[in-house]
Ligand binder design. Structure first.
Ligand code: ADE
Length: 271
């Protein structure tokens, strides 16, 4: 099995990977954010994509999400682990806490979030946006790190690239959402459509603007993101080392009964 990992290059570079090689993959959606780096970690093959590109050149809106998920699927990945930097919407989730969300609220507006188009309509289930098996496996690896790991929470995904206004931040808090970021969507939706397992570990970098008198600054976000790298690395490393060989969920059968276009009406070029 090859396990996919989408995240920041800092974490990947610190992982203990052997036999590293690079693969350039072309997809029907263009090139992924970067060539895929493939290597072995504790006997398991891992395929890494830096979400924002090697030089952090893709904004959250511009990340080639469809190409990234398609490329990982093309090389045989069935399960993807991911990491994201997030702001906190809760007093008791200070910077440098790790949160494994189980829900998402989608506030994005400028992203293509489906592979289905051009004559094929599919409606996939998304009530549980993360693979429950992989998410609980990540949570079970919490003791690999000294950081506090919270094993549930709602991630509100904003379009960005600007941080939120104070009114928006207070609205999200009033809804009892827990963390805020810019990249959970459409990655999770596309992974589901591609019948891949997908779960994420988020690292809190700031308290978002509901709490602070000052703005959220990139400097604060980057400083805490660097501090989170070590704990995310420890958790991801343990997760990959101990991931069971077999999938134990329904993610691989997502499309059964989900395609609403009769098969004889599907255009040849999209089959
Ligand atoms: N990523 C890290 N911190 C964030 C915040 N406060 N809002 C949105 N995305 C973030």
């Amino acid at each position: 099995m090859t396990v996919g990992f989408i995240g920041g290059s800092g974490i990947y570079e610190s992982l203990d990977i052997e036999d590293v090689r690079e693969e350039r993959v072309e997809t029907p959606y263009g090139e992924p954010s970067a060539p895929i780096t493939i290597g072995t970690l504790a006997g398991t093959e891992i395929a890494f994509l830096p979400r924002h590109g090697r030089n952090h050149q893709y904004s959250p809106t511009e990340v080639p999400y469809r190409a990234n998920i398609h490329a990982l699927k093309q090389i045989g990945v069935e399960r993807i682990l991911s990491s994201n930097a997030v702001g906190s919407l809760r007093e008791d989730l200070p910077p440098q806490t790790l949160v494994i969300p189980d829900q998402v609220f989608d506030r994005t507006s400028h992203r293509c979030s489906s592979f289905f188009e051009d004559g094929v309509v599919a409606h996939t289930s998304f009530a549980e946006p993360y693979c429950p098996h992989v998410a609980s496996h990540l949570a079970a690896c919490a003791d690999a790190t000294d950081a506090t790991v919270v094993d549930e929470g709602t991630y509100v995904c904003i379009e960005g690239p600007q941080f939120s206004t104070r009114a928006e931040s207070e609205f999200y808090r009033a809804n009892n959402w827990d963390v805020i970021g810019m990249t959970a969507i459409p990655e999770a939706k596309l992974a589901r459509e591609a019948e891949l397992c997908y779960a994420t570990v988020t690292g809190v970098t700031d308290y978002d603007v509901w709490k602070q008198d000052a703005e959220v600054t990139l400097e604060e976000v980057l400083g805490n993101a660097a501090a989170n790298e070590q704990s995310i690395k420890q958790l991801i490393e343990r997760a990959i080392e101990t991931l069971p060989d077999e999938r134990d969920c329904d993610c691989g059968q997502t499309l059964e009964g989900a395609i609403n276009t009769p098969s004889d009406a599907i255009p040849d070029e999209t089959r």
